[in-house]
Structure formats: structure tokens, C-alpha cells
Design a protein around this ligand. Structure first.
Ligand code: TTP
Ligand code: MG
Length: 342
């Protein structure tokens, strides 16, 4: 039987902020956008104190302000969070190389081949992370990724939760379907229409009903997932196909200079990331979204992959020139695809 750990940091962005500004500990803190709740932007995350007011990831900053005007609003500082994230992933890699890096604050570890009780490994990981970053994490232990991810979420913050194979029904069947990996708001609504709210109710549906409603592949997935079955291996090596950046203006603009400047800034940012992770790319795509949300893209493919700022910026500007800026611009974006290792 496999032994999989899922590690997920608690209120990651806000915890990093509280660590470097200890006066914020115990207070409602919201990280998002430029940190100004009167400007456009969404909440990246909220401290547990702020969550009591109903604030959570992805809601507009303005809404968060209405829910809790005395919360402390801070801008997103990706550089700092990435630095801390790298440190945490470094600690995890000391335990095993069989690690799937899922996001900035989470990872799966396969510890099946380590001759120690997984709880002991998890305890040690938690201690190491706290010792070296001052942050708390929650860890789930289970026979597969699906259950390990459910488990890490069960006793946040600072939790350690084990789900054994014979506990699946008692531990997960009462949970809402949305907690299952791969079930988003659309599937949740679809299932609700069928009278299904919990994972247990989902498990009561026959397979042919599920494939009828959701198609062969996803229907099968839901059938197995509701039973806690997941054979998927850890994806230990992952190559990005593209890198992208976009930005929404504080105020829609009809000034070509402003649009061009933002494309130049995004290009610089993306080339920095490409060089940092040793990638060259071949195709540059520029995206423009107008104030009425009409969106256009233009792409240029180069004769060979590059990480030259000059070449990529020139391609981006060629794309921009092929776009007719007939309305006010709300958002600009850039993507470099066809990535390969330098
Ligand atoms: P999560 O692990 O989903 O959230 P969290 O760590 O803040 O809180 P929890 O204790 O419940 O795990 O996401 C990790 C970070 O990713 C989060 O701190 C901010 C960022 N994030 C966004 O920027 N936008 C989002 O919509 C979500 C969900 C997360
Ligand atoms: Mg987290």
C-alpha cells in the first residue's frame, strides 16, 4: 500500500506577512492586488481572523472591505512568497525526491519506501518548516493523493490528519462534493440539481448514471473518487509549456503609451522568470481586453527559441501594433510559449 503525504501551508500569503510584521499576528489581514481595497483587485488570501468575517480567496477587495473595514489590507509580494516557498520545498526534498510540486504552498510526497511511520515523518516535516520559516503547515496522510489532500484540509491550521483505507466512508462520505479534487462549482451545481450534496450521496449513484450525466471519463473519475479510489502517480517532473503575465489597469485607458508601457513591463517580468528557470521560448502572444471585455490576441513565432529581452519585446510590440485599439483598454497580457530548456 502506498503512503502519500500532502503538505499545505496555513493561510500562506498572510502568514508570511504576519511573520515579517509580528504586530499583525492575531489580526484580520487580507492580501490581494495592490493592497488598496478601494481599487480593483481580488483577495489572494485572508488570515483566519479575517475569514471569520466571511472573507476568502477570489472575492473582490471592495467586498472584503465591506465585510471587515478594520482589516489590514496588504499588496501581493510574490517574490517574498516564492522565496519562502522555495525554502519549504527544499526542506521537503530532504525527505524524499518523490515529490509533486502542486502549487506555491503545497506538495505531495510519496514516503512508501521510507522505513519509518509516516506520522513521524510528518511531525518532523512540520517541525522543520516551523523552525526554518516560523510558519505552520497542515499535513494529510493517506494511501493516495486524493485522500491525502482531503486529509490535510480537515484540521487546519497546524493539523496532522491520517485517513486509513478502512476509514474512507466514515471520514469522507459526510463531506460536501466540492471537497473532492476535480469537483468545481459547475459540477457542484450539476450534482445539486440531481439532489446530490455529499460525497456519500455521490457514491450511491450507479456508474452508468454518472457516465450518462458527465461523460465516460469524468463519470468514471467521480465514481472512483467518491469511493476514495485514486491510483494516480505523483507527477515528479513537470515542464511548463508556457509562461504568462497579465495586468488590469486601475482605470481603463485609451492612451497607447500606457498600454505599450505595461506590455514592456510584463515582458521584462516574464523574461526575468524565464531566465531564472532556464527557459527559452519561441512564440510570443499579446492579449488586449477592452472595457466591454471584448478580448483579442495576436501572436508571433520566432525562428528560434530565445530568452533575449530585446527580441521578445520587439515581437510583443509587433503583436501590439497589429491590434486596433479602437476602445479603452482594461487589461493587457503576454504569454511566451514553446518553452524549452536553455
Ligand atoms: P491555499 O492553500 O488555497 O490557501 P491558504 O494557504 O491561504 O489557506 P489555507 O490555510 O486554507 O490553506 O492557497 C495558497 C496561497 O495561494 C494563498 O495563500 C494565496 C494564493 N491564492 C491566490 O492567490 N488566489 C486564490 O484564489 C487561492 C485559492 C489562493
Ligand atoms: Mg494553504
Amino acid at each position: 500500500m502506498r503512503r502519500i503525504l500532502h503538505i499545505d501551508m496555513d493561510a500562506f500569503f498572510t502568514s508570511v506577512e504576519q511573520k515579517r510584521h509580528p504586530e499583525l499576528i492575531g489580526k484580520p489581514v487580507v492580501v490581494g492586488g495592490s493592497g488598496d481595497p478601494f481599487k480593483r483587485g481580488v483577495v489572494s488570501t485572508a488570515s483566519y481572523e479575517a475569514r471569520k468575517f466571511g472573507i476568502h480567496s477570489a472575492i473582490p477587495l471592495r467586498t472584503a472591505y465591506k465585510l471587515c473595514p478594520h482589516a489590514i489590507f496588504l499588496p501581493v509580494d510574490y517574490e517574498e512568497y516564492s522565496r519562502v516557498s522555495e525554502k519549504i520545498k527544499g526542506i521537503l526534498r530532504e525527505f524524499t525526491q518523490i515529490i509533486e510540486d502542486v502549487g506555491i504552498d503545497e506538495a505531495f510526497l510519496d514516503v512508501s519506501l521510507i522505513d519509518r511511520p509516516p506520522e513521524e515523518i510528518a511531525e518532523e516535516i512540520k517541525k522543520r518548516i516551523t523552525g526554518e520559516t516560523g510558519l505552520t503547515s497542515s499535513i494529510g496522510i493517506a494511501p493516495n493523493k486524493l485522500l491525502a489532500k482531503l486529509a490535510s484540509d480537515m484540521q487546519k491550521p497546524d493539523g496532522l490528519t491520517i485517513i486509513k483505507e478502512d476509514e474512507i466512508e466514515s471520514r469522507i462520505w459526510h463531506l460536501p462534493v466540492r471537497k473532492l479534487w476535480g469537483v468545481g462549482p459547475k459540477t457542484e451545481a450539476h450534482l445539486k440539481g440531481m439532489g446530490i450534496k455529499t460525497i456519500g450521496e455521490l457514491a450511491s449513484l450507479p456508474l452508468d448514471r454518472l457516465t450518462e450525466e458527465f461523460g465516460e471519463s469524468y463519470g468514471n473519475y467521480l465514481y472512483n473518487a467518491s469511493r476514495g479510489i485514486d491510483e494516480s502517480p505523483l507527477v515528479t517532473h513537470w515542464e511548463p509549456k508556457s509562461m504568462s503575465r497579465e495586468t488590469t489597469f486601475q482605470k481603463d485607458t485609451d492612451d497607447w503609451q500606457v498600454t505599450a508601457k505595461s506590455i514592456a513591463e510584463l515582458t521584462k517580468d516574464i523574461v526575468g522568470s524565464m531566465r531564472h528557470s532556464d527557459y527559452k521560448g519561441r512564440t510570443v502572444t499579446v492579449k488586449i481586453r477592452f472595457s466591454d471585455f471584448e478580448t483579442h490576441t495576436r501572436a508571433k513565432t520566432l525562428s528560434e527559441p530565445t530568452d533575449s529581452l530585446e527580441v521578445i519585446r520587439k515581437a510583443a510590440f509587433e503583436c501590439l501594433k497589429r491590434l486596433e485599439l479602437k476602445k479603452k483598454v482594461r487589461l493587457t497580457g503576454i504569454r511566451v510559449s514553446g518553452l524549452e530548456r536553455s
